[in-house]
Design a protein around this ligand. Structure first.
Ligand SMILES: [Fe+2]
Length: 169
């Protein structure tokens, strides 16, 4: 596990790329979501969770323990596909301290857009930012209140699973 001390801690783990997960995500018909400038799928979250959670649970548990929690609950999970020119502008997922969010990179190439994380309070205070480059199997988990965005994408391959987790004491 690589831990970055940037404004707040967040965590990046490069997991073994998972073929079953990749095939599942690729066979879905994603709906174009205009405000996200991306394609989005969130039906059958249970099936998607069944495929993702075994791959990430040790990593997420370790993160929870580092922050004083004993368990996590997956609250929401979805797939996003980025064609050329797609982006997902700056947003947060949750203001609550125990609610964290994740991005798992299912597929990408060297031109896939980076995820950029900003300091809390951005864009009112622009202090610093941190870029995560997509890599197959890479998972980043971060406080849900941390502003972030997917920059405009250059390829048509960028495929991610994203969602929210609640940690319990
Ligand atoms: Fe997000």
């Amino acid at each position: 596990m690589k831990t970055e001390q940037f404004i707040t801690a967040f965590h990046i783990e490069d997991l073994e790329p998972n073929e079953a997960l990749e095939n599942y995500c690729k066979e879905k018909n994603l709906q174009d979501v205009k405000e996200h400038h991306t394609s989005f799928f969130e039906e059958n979250q249970e099936q998607l969770a069944k495929l993702l959670v075994p791959a990430v649970k040790d990593f997420w548990k370790e993160v929870g323990i580092m922050h004083g929690y004993t368990a996590f609950r997956l609250k929401h999970i979805w797939i996003q596909h980025y064609n050329e020119g797609h982006s997902h502008r700056v947003h947060i997922h949750s203001p609550l301290k125990n609610e964290w969010s994740f991005v798992y990179y299912v597929d990408c190439d060297e031109n896939s857009a980076e995820t950029v994380f900003y300091n809390f309070g951005y864009p009112y205070i622009d202090h610093n930012h941190y870029k995560v480059k997509p890599k197959k199997g890479r998972c980043v988990i971060f406080p849900g209140a941390l502003p972030h965005e997917a920059m405009p994408n250059i390829d048509d391959q960028r495929l991610v699973i994203s969602g929210n987790v609640a940690f319990d004491k």
